[in-house]
Design a protein around this ligand. Structure first.
Ligand SMILES: C[S@@+](CC[C@H](N)C(=O)[O-])C[C@H]1O[C@@H](n2cnc3c(N)ncnc32)[C@H](O)[C@@H]1O
Length: 204
């Protein structure tokens, strides 16, 4: 499969702000969405890239030396603590969820939402016509999926879904303005667990 084009990368990242850092990216491949995140002003050092392919992971670490690149199966997110608390503002996923088992999808979603802060969102694309996360998994985890756009300038055409966990104040990104920002940038101190970087790549 060819890397995603600029149109899909723009759609995937259009709601992500620099203040969303730290940002988690799942299945970055050669970095089509990574580039788009950086061009939106997200600091490279605020990126955690989770890629299971060792060659892709190596390439990404070379291209983005200040990012944290983890050569890891995203289904293990919850088992290998990446952040000490839920501080991630946005997650962007290029993972082929439609070809994954429900069990694996469940592991990926539950792991991701363990790190997303209130109001945070996961962005997932699909070449299909429906959200690639099965309804049963959304319901089980208390998540809501909304399609935020479809691009025909991608081969094949693709849709992007915003997946959120409704929270007591009424849900999602429109409520972010009512939440006080942290006094300091938590992604820089205390949030990142040392020793889980690319140097500790599995199987290398
Ligand atoms: C369809 S490609 C998308 C690459 C890029 N995001 C893009 O859109 O061009 C899927 C990527 O996810 C990676 N991947 C597949 N399964 C994974 C898993 N369980 N955990 C982490 N990465 C995975 C693959 O190695 C590949 O780089």
């Amino acid at each position: 499969m060819a890397p995603s084009g600029a149109s899909l990368a723009g759609l995937m990242t259009k709601e992500v702000m620099p203040s969303d850092g730290p940002v988690l990216e799942l299945g970055p491949g050669t970095g089509a969405f990574t580039r788009a995140l950086l061009s939106r002003g997200v600091d490279e050092a605020d990126l955690t890239l989770v890629e299971s392919g060792p060659d892709f992971a190596r390439l990404l670490q070379r291209r983005y030396p200040r990012a944290r690149v983890l050569c890891l199966d995203a289904a293990r997110l919850g088992r290998d603590p990446l952040f000490a608390e839920p501080i991630v503002g946005a997650a962007v996923s290029g993972l082929p969820l439609l070809s994954m088992s429900p069990r694996k999808t469940m592991g990926i979603l539950s792991g991701t939402f363990a790190y997303l802060r209130p109001g945070g969102a996961l962005y997932q694309f699909t070449y299909g016509w429906h959200c690639p996360v099965p309804r049963a998994i959304l319901d089980r985890l208390g998540l809501r999926a909304e399609r935020i756009g479809r691009t025909f300038n991608n081969l094949p055409p693709a849709s992007v879904y915003r997946i959120t966990k409704p929270w007591p104040l009424g849900d999602e990104r429109t409520d972010i303005g009512s939440v006080s920002p942290p006094a300091s940038d938590p992604s820089r101190e205390g949030g990142l667990i040392p020793g889980t970087g690319f140097g500790g790549m599995q199987g290398s």
